[in-house]
Design a protein around this ligand. Structure first.
Ligand code: ADP
Ligand code: TYD
Length: 222
């Protein structure tokens, strides 16, 4: 079985939780099913985003948290038109390293900005397109901090204290609690085990969509 129609997958979690590793492994595994895969990221998936990413990660001027959020939102709006929509239209499985939920966690729970306002702007920036599946990589802050020690340059977010990271985890837990399209993965397992679980979940989701489509045809044909 392959995935013939577009599918949008987001990967979320704190810095160092293993998101980019999962993006790489999952893309590789899905390609073995003959799927066309597009990998991308926020911030920085679009041409504008590459410029914004530099400002957001290194904050050469002090950014007020609302301005910080609106730059992420600008990146997201550009990303949708420039990358996500064309890729979905071409029938690809799109895997994005972070999307709108990162703003709810970082700017909402982390910085204390209004969650409802962030959500409203996110929905508008994304033109009401939502991920079909979200993978939430969960690890303890201490483990993430250990992993990040290997990085030579840290972003403004990676320099934040453990308290900030704990608020992010509380945030992700609360945002995802009542969503039925979120799969929480144990980020302490090996990259191969994590990718295997994610691949199975993607294929199951695609199979269920095919069945729903066929059921629709049968019911429609009655
Ligand atoms: P993120 O994109 O979430 O910041 P990365 O994928 O860059 O995280 O991983 C951060 C660090 O942890 C890297 O050094 C990576 O090799 C390592 N890593 C990633 N996944 C795992 C894992 N499942 N187990 C142990 N180490 C991992
Ligand atoms: P990046 O290097 O992409 O981090 P990572 O590889 O860990 O994902 O830097 C992006 C940083 O921006 C990351 O620390 C999370 C933060 N961020 C937000 O604060 N809000 C957002 O909406 C997004 C998409 C990212």
């Amino acid at each position: 079985m392959t995935i013939a129609r577009g599918m949008l997958i987001s990967i979320e979690g704190i810095d160092g939780s293993g998101k980019s590793t999962l993006v790489r492994h999952l893309a590789k595994q899905l390609q073995t099913y003959d799927c066309s895969v597009v990998t991308t990221k926020e911030p920085g998936g679009s041409s504008l985003g590459k410029l914004l990413r530099e400002i957001l990660q290194h904050q050469p001027v002090a950014l007020m948290s609302r301005a910080e959020y609106l730059l992420f939102a600008a990146d997201r709006a550009q990303h949708m038109d420039e990358v996500i929509k064309p890729a979905l239209k071409s029938g690809a499985v799109v895997i994005s390293d972070r999307m709108a939920d990162s703003s709810l966690a970082y700017q909402g729970y982390g910085r204390g900005e209004d969650l409802a306002m962030i959500n409203t702007i996110n929905v508008w920036a994304m033109q009401e397109i939502k991920p079909d599946l979200t993978f939430y990589l969960k690890i303890e802050p201490e483990e993430a901090i250990e992993r990040l020690k290997k990085r030579t340059t840290l972003t403004a977010f990676e320099k934040e204290q453990t308290g900030f990271v704990k608020r992010l985890i509380t945030g992700f837990d609360e945002i995802f609690r009542d969503r039925d399209n979120v799969i929480t993965l144990d980020g302490t397992l090996s990259p191969e085990e994590i990718a295997e679980s994610a691949t199975q979940a993607v294929m199951q989701w695609a199979t269920a969509r095919e069945l729903r489509g066929k059921q629709g045809e049968i019911n429609g044909g009655r």
